[in-house]
Design a protein around this ligand. Structure first.
Ligand SMILES: Nc1ncnc2c1ncn2[C@@H]1O[C@H](COP(=O)(O)OP(=O)(O)OP(=O)(O)O)[C@@H](O)[C@H]1O
Length: 804
C-alpha cells in the first residue's frame, strides 16, 4: 500500500512538475502526512506552495534525525518505486545500493532547485553525503541503545532477523545465477562502514556509544563537546555511505555486502581490492580475516560450475605483508621479498610463494599460517594490533600444461598460467598509528610515517583511478606499487571503514569517516559534485572541516573566486605567450578555449587584435555555447544569464577536423588531388581578402609560414595535428588537476586550522599534494618540449622541401 502510494506520489509529482500544476502536491501532501511528516504536508497541500523542494528551500526541511530518516526513506521509495516515465535524466550507475535508475524527483531540474536543507538527502541518491552534517544539541547522556556486552569470540553477534533490508547486495543469493546477474550492478568503488560493539573495557569505563546507525546507509556520530563556558553539548555529524553495518551485523553479512558481488566479476578479467581502514582496535582484522575464506568458498563453487569447468581455471593463493616499507612472505617463513617491474610495467614480487588451492580447508590452513606470521604489537586500544599491511591475494589463473607452457611461455607468464582475475584483501595497519603518541619510540614513529604515507597514497590512487586519470600515483608507497595491477584496467575497490563506537575514540572515528567520505566523494561516479570545497567561516571552521548544510551561496562565492583566480592565471599566461595565448574561458564549462572572439562579439570592446582575426576562422569550430564567460586581455567579464554551474573544469573540446585545421593554416582542402571550391565567388573574394589580412597580421611564426608555402605530406600533418590535440588535452587535464590540487590545499588549510588537528598529517599530505603538483607540471613541460621539437623538425623538413 505504502509502495503504491509512493509510486502515485512520484508520478504525480513528476507530472505536476512538468505541467506546472499543483495536483501532484496534493497527492504528495497526503503521502507525507501518512509518513508522519505533517509539517511538510500542510503547506504543500495549499495551492500557493509548490513542490516539496521549494518547501525545503523555504525552511520547511526536516528538523530532527527521525524526520530526516522518514523523508529520506520516502525519497528512496520514490526513487525505487517511481515509474521510469519519460524523464531524460539517467543518473550514474552507482546509484544507491546498486539500485535501479532514478528519475523524476532526482531530475537535474529538481536537483538545481534543492536548497541547502535537502542537500544531505539529495546527496544520498549518489550513495554518499558530500560532507558530514554537523549539528549541535544539548547534552543528553547515553541517548542510544544500551551498550552490548563485548565478546572476544570470533563471530559472537546474533543476526537481527529484519536485517534483510540492508542493501540490495546483502540478501543472500541462493545460486550462482543470482550472483552472476548482480555483477553489472557492482560499483567501481564501494565504501562500507562497519561499527563494532562496545568492548568489555569500554563498558567497564561506562563509555557512551556515540555512533548511531540509522539505517543501512546512514549514521550519526554524537561528539561530546564543551563550550568555552564549560557547558556540555553534543555535536552531531551525519554521514551516508553505500552501506553502514551496525554492531549487530555478523561477518557473513559483511561478506555479502562487500565482497560477494565482486566474485563473479573476477572471472572476467577484473582485479578487485577489498581493504579495511580504521583506527587500531576498530575491528579491521576481525572484519577482514573471514572474507578471503568466504570468497575462496564462492570461487571454488563457481569453478565447479559447468561454464568454468572446461576452461582450466585454477585458484591460487599468496599472503604477504608490508612492514616498514619492506615486503615479507607470510607463507614463506617471513622471507624478505623484492618487488620488480617487468618490461610491460607489470609488478612482480620476486620470491613470493603462491599455492594452488582447490579445497577450502587448505585455504583455511594457509590463512591461519599467514596470520600467525604477521607482525603484531600491542597498542593502548588493541592488545594484538597489526603493525603492517597484510595482503592476501586470490588469483584465478588459466592453467597450462607443462609442455604447453614451454611452447608459449614468453618468460613473462606467471607461475601457474595467465592471470584471469584477482582479488586482494588488505588488512591495513591502524590508521592512527602515524600519530601514536603513547608509544613514540623511533621505530613506532617510522612505522607510523610509513603507514600514513601508504594510506594517503592509496586514497590518491583510488581517486585517480575513478577519475580515469592518465597518471595513477602508484609510486606513492610500497602498498600502492604492489597493488598497481589491481588499479589498472577493469578494477573494483571495496573499502570497509571500521569504527569504534566509544566516546573516547570519537576523534579517530570522525577521521576514519572523513577519509571514507573523501574516497567516496572524490569519485567521479560517486557524485558529480566531487571535490567541492566550502570556505569555512571562522565559526564553521571551529566545528568541522566541511560542515553541513553547505551554504550554496558560499559555494558559489568560492567557485567564482576560483574561477576569477583561474582566469587571472590564464590572463597572465595569455599575455606572456605568443600565438596560442589568447584564451576564452567558457563559464558554462569553465573550459579554456584558444580564442578571444566568440559569436562575433568583442567582449572588451577593444579592436580585435591580429591574433583574433587570425583565429576568426576558427570561431565556428569553437562557439559551442551561446552564453560564454569571456576573457579578453583587458577585462574579465561575466555573462549574467549564465548562472548554471558545472563543476567539471573542461569538457572535451569539439575536435577540429583536419580540413578545418588545414584551413586555419590556409592550405586548401584536398579531395583526390583537386582543390575543393565550396564557396561562391563573392565569398571567395572576401575570404581571400581576409586571408591576406590574416597573413599580414600573423605573428612572425616561421613554422606556420613554412606550412603555408609547402603543405607537408598527409601523414606528417596528421601526426602533428594529433600531437597538437594531445598537448592541448594534456594541458586541459593539467588545469583540472591544478584546480583539484588547489581545492585539496584549501581543505588541508581548513583542517589544520581546526582545534586538535594533527600537524603530522598536514605536513605529510601537503608534501604529497605538492609533489603531485610538481609532477604534473614537469610532465606537461616535457610534452610541450617534445611538441616544440616536433615543430622544429617539421620546419627543417619543410625548408628542405621548399627551395627558395
Ligand atoms: N564487530 C565486532 N564484533 C565483536 N568483536 C569485535 C568486532 N570488531 C572487533 N572486535 C574485537 O575487537 C578487538 C580488536 O579488533 P581487531 O584486532 O580486528 O582490530 P584492528 O582494527 O584490526 O586493530 P589493529 O589495527 O590494531 O590491528 C578484537 O578482540 C576483536 O575480536
Amino acid at each position: 500500500m505504502q509502495q503504491s502510494n509512493a509510486s502515485a506520489a512520484a508520478a504525480a509529482l513528476r507530472y505536476d512538475h512538468q505541467a506546472g500544476g499543483d495536483a501532484g502536491d496534493v497527492v504528495m501532501a497526503r503521502w507525507l502526512q501518512s509518513a508522519g511528516l505533517q509539517h511538510l504536508a500542510s503547506p504543500l497541500a495549499s495551492t500557493d506552495q509548490r513542490m516539496l523542494p521549494n518547501l525545503l528551500m523555504q525552511g520547511y526541511g526536516p528538523q530532527t534525525i527521525e524526520e530526516k530518516q522518514k523523508l529520506y526513506k520516502l525519497l528512496r521509495n520514490l526513487n525505487f518505486n517511481g515509474e521510469s516515465g519519460s524523464e531524460p535524466y539517467t543518473p550514474t550507475s552507482q546509484s544507491f545500493g546498486g539500485g535501479g535508475p532514478m528519475d523524476g524527483f532526482f531530475s537535474p531540474e529538481l536537483r538545481g532547485e534543492f536548497g541547502a536543507g535537502l542537500l544531505d538527502l539529495h546527496a544520498m541518491d549518489d550513495t554518499e553525503l558530500l560532507s558530514e552534517h554537523v549539528g549541535s544539541e544539548p547534552f543528553e547522556p547515553s541517548p542510544f541503545m544500551p551498550p552490548r556486552e563485548f565478546d572476544d569470540d570470533f563471530d559472537p553477534v546474533p543476526v537481527r532477523p529484519q536485517r534483510g533490508q540492508l542493501d540490495n547486495n546483502i540478501r543472500p543469493s541462493t545460486n550462482e545465477k543470482e550472483i552472476v546477474a548482480k555483477e553489472s550492478n557492482v560499483a567501481k568503488i564501494k565504501v562500507v562502514v562497519r561499527k563494532r560493539p562496545l568492548n568489555k573495557k569500554e563498558v567497564a569505563r561506562k563509555e557512551d556509544d556515540i555512533v548511531k546507525v540509522h539505517d543501512s546507509s546512514y549514521l550519526t556520530v554524537h561528539e561530546p563537546k564543551l563550550k568555552v563556558d564549560l557547558t556540555a553539548y553534543v555535536e552531531k555529524h551525519e554521514f551516508c555511505f553505500d552501506a553502514v553495518l551496525d554492531e549487530n551485523v555478523n561477518n557473513d553479512e559483511v561478506y555479502r555486502a562487500t565482497v560477494q558481488p565482486i566474485i563473479p566479476i573476477i572471472f572476467q578479467r577484473t582485479k578487485a581490492t577489498c581493504f579495511a581502514y580504521g583506527q587500531t582496535g576498530s575491528g579491521k582484522t576481525f572484519t577482514m580475516q573471514p572474507l578471503p575464506l568466504r570468497a575462496a568458498e564462492d570461487i571454488v563453487r563457481l569453478l565447479r560450475q559447468p561454464i568454468y569447468q572446461g576452461q582450466k581455471f585454477r585458484l591460487w593463493l599468496s599472503y604477504f605483508e608490508i612492514y616498514g616499507g619492506k615486503l615479507f612472505d607470510l607463507l614463506g617463513d617471513r622471507r624478505k621479498l623484492c618487488m620488480r617491474e617487468d618490461g610491460r610495467q607489470q609488478v612482480c614480487i620476486v620470491g613470493l610463494q603462491e599455492f594452488e588451492v582447490s579445497d577450502v580447508q587448505i585455504v583455511k590452513e594457509f590463512i591461519e599460517k599467514g596470520n600467525a606470521a604477521r607482525s603484531t604489537g600491542s597498542t593502548g586500544a588493541n592488545e594484538e594490533s597489526s603493525r603492517s599491511h597484510a595482503i592476501l591475494q586470490l588469483s584465478i589463473k588459466k592453467h597450462k600444461e607443462v609442455n604447453e607452457t614451454k611452447r608459449h611461455n614468453d618468460g613473462n607468464e606467471p607461475k601457474g598460467g595467465k592471470v584471469i582475475g584477482k582479488i586482494s584483501f588488505i588488512d591495513l595497519a591502524g590508521s592512527e598509528r602515524g600519530a601514536d603518541t603513547t608509544d613514540n619510540d623511533r621505530q613506532t614513529r617510522i612505522e607510523g610515517a610509513e603507514i600514513n604515507k601508504s594510506l594517503l597514497a592509496l586514497k590518491e590512487c583510488i581517486r585517480a583511478l575513478d577519475n580515469d586519470q592518465i597518471h595513477i600515483p602508484f609510486r606513492g608507497s610500497k602498498l600502492t606499487e604492489v597493488l598497481r595491477d589491481s588499479f589498472v584496467g577493469n578494477s573494483r575497490t571495496v573499502m570497509i571503514s571500521c569504527i569504534s563506537p566509544n566516546a573516547g575514540s570519537c576523534e579517530h572515528t570522525l577521521n576514519t569517516l572523513r577519509y571514507a567520505d573523501r574516497v567516496k566523494s572524490l569519485s567521479k561516479s560517486g557524485n558529480s559534485r566531487k571535490d567541492q570545497t566550502v570556505i569555512p567561516s571562522s565559526k564553521e571552521s571551529s566545528t568541522a572541516a566541511s560542515s553541513f548544510p553547505i551554504s550554496t551561496e558560499l559555494e558559489d562565492l568560492y567557485e567564482q573566486n576560483q574561477e576569477v583566480k583561474m582566469i587571472e592565471t590564464l590572463r597572465t599566461y595569455a599575455e606572456s605567450s605568443s600565438y596560442t595565448s589568447s584564451f576564452e574561458v567558457d563559464r558554462h564549462s569553465t573550459s579554456v578555449m584558444p580564442n578571444s572572439i566568440s559569436n562575433g562579439r568583442e567582449e572588451s570592446g577593444a579592436m580585435p587584435s591580429s591574433l583574433d582575426r587570425d583565429r576568426a576562422d576558427m570561431r565556428s569550430s569553437y562557439n559551442s555555447t551561446s552564453s560564454h564567460k569571456l576573457y579578453s586581455s583587458s577585462q574579465v567579464s561575466f555573462n549574467t544569464q549564465d548562472e548554471e554551474k558545472v563543476p567539471k573544469v573542461s569538457p572535451p573540446r569539439r575536435k577540429i577536423s583536419r580540413d578545418e585545421k588545414l584551413e586555419r593554416a590556409n592550405w586548401p582542402k584536398k579531395t583526390s588531388g583537386h582543390v575543393l571550391l565550396t564557396t561562391s565567388n563573392k565569398q571567395q573574394q572576401q575570404q581571400q581578402q581576409q586571408q591576406q589580412q590574416i597573413q599580414d597580421s600573423r605573428p612572425n611564426n616561421a613554422v606556420l609560414r613554412q606550412f603555408e608555402q609547402v603543405p607537408p605530406q598527409d601523414g606528417e600533418i596528421d601526426a602533428i595535428l594529433e600531437e597538437e590535440e594531445a598537448l592541448i588535452a594534456a594541458h586541459r587535464k593539467e588545469i583540472e588537476n591544478t584546480m583539484d590540487i588547489v581545492r585539496e590545499e584549501m581543505n588541508l588549510l581548513a583542517e589544520v586550522d581546526q582545534p586538535g588537528s594533527l600537524i603530522d598529517n598536514y605536513v605529510t599530505q601537503l608534501n604529497f599534494v605538492l609533489s603531485r603538483k610538481a609532477a604534473g607540471l614537469v610532465s606537461l613541460q616535457a610534452r610541450l618540449a617534445r611538441f616544440q621539437h616536433r615543430l622544429k623538425e617539421q620546419e627543417i623538413l619543410s625548408r628542405k622541401k621548399a627551395p627558395r
